[in-house]
Design a protein around this ligand. Structure first.
Ligand code: CCH
Length: 288
């Protein structure tokens, strides 16, 4: 009798590309959802899974995919992300060899790229962790606050002012939901296309406080159909933030370049370098 040797499956870039392609299909299969794409909510999942990182303790970040566990899934900032996790659960069933951290961050990459954004360098290597790796609530930004708070949160992850502003440009995509954050509405007229419109609108429209029963948010005076969070508006008020926001409003190419590099780094926060299977990040979606 021949002995059965269990060989460990070692996925290649082509295998990850298959996962990417499947995610791209899931993103588009959303005719009844929001603006017709799951891209924005998947991008938000990738960001919240990574943005818990604390550079001083090395805790948090995308490595362990701890949002699978109840304490973190129930953190206020993560309200609504069960939608995105549920979608990825189906993909995980098909490709059971991928870690949740790799799957969720790859979904963020796929979302940006499939919504016409820049290519985001990405590589696999995250491992599934345990409930003990969950970080305390309060590590993600609070939209009701001002510049000092945003700096506290993003400096803790290791980002500077320029990177904070570049990353904030993701709000070109998607919308706020009353039943998730309490806020309501989209930031741009094209919430499923990645553009620098968020920055253009911040400077070109007149923003006024909305009168309603919900949390303080701004609306554009002209159409009253767009919104800005207090933390978005701060990018036009703080001198240092304003400089970068203006530059991105004027130069889409610069925004794409800076977003891609900051977002790529965000997705790798908390992952020990030796865990990555490739020395340099890959560009996915090229051969799709
Ligand atoms: Fe954000 N974001 N975000 N955001 N966000 C919300 C929605 C999205 C803040 C608050 C909110 C980033 C930074 C910040 C997305 C990507 C990024 C919502 C509404 C709030 C509130 C949630 C809801 O009701 O569904 C604050 C505060 C900050 C920083 O100070 C960064 C960085 C990124 C990515 C790089 C995306 C995409 C959405 C839309 C989600 C959807 O479901 O449409």
């Amino acid at each position: 009798q021949t002995a059965k040797v269990a060989t460990k499956f070692t996925p290649t870039k082509a295998d990850y590309q298959k996962v990417y392609n499947r995610i791209a299909e899931v993103i588009d299969d959303a005719s009844d959802y929001d603006d017709g794409s799951y891209g924005p909510v998947l991008l938000r999942l990738a960001w919240h899974a990574s943005g818990t990182y604390d550079k001083n303790t090395g805790t948090g970040g995308s490595n362990y995919a701890t949002m699978r566990f109840e304490p973190e899934a129930l953190h206020g900032a993560n309200a609504g992300l069960h939608v995105a996790r549920g979608l990825m659960e189906k993909v995980k069933k098909e490709f059971d060899w991928i870690s949740y951290g790799d799957l969720w961050t790859l979904a963020g990459v796929c979302a940006v790229q499939e919504m016409a954004g820049p290519k985001i360098p990405w590589r696999p290597g995250r491992i599934d962790g345990f409930v003990t790796h969950v970080t305390p609530d309060g590590r993600l930004p609070d939209a009701t606050q001002g510049a000092p708070h945003i700096r506290d949160i993003f400096y803790r992850m290791g980002f500077n002012d320029q990177e904070i502003v570049a990353l904030s440009g993701a709000h070109a995509l998607g919308r706020c939901h009353v039943d998730r954050s309490g806020f309501q509405g989209p930031w741009t007229f094209s919430p499923t296309t990645f553009t620098n419109d968020y920055f253009k609108l911040l400077f070109n429209e007149k923003w006024v406080w909305r009168s309603w029963n919900g949390p303080k948010q701004l609306e554009d005076k002209k159409t009253r159909s767009l919104m800005m969070l207090p933390t978005d508006y701060v990018l036009t008020q703080d001198k240092s933030f304003q400089k970068y926001a203006k530059a991105y409003a004027e130069d889409n190419e610069l925004f794409f370049k800076d977003f891609a590099s900051a977002f790529s780094r965000l997705l790798e926060l908390g992952v020990p370098t030796q865990q990555f299977v490739a020395a340099e990040p890959w560009i996915m979606g090229d051969e799709a």
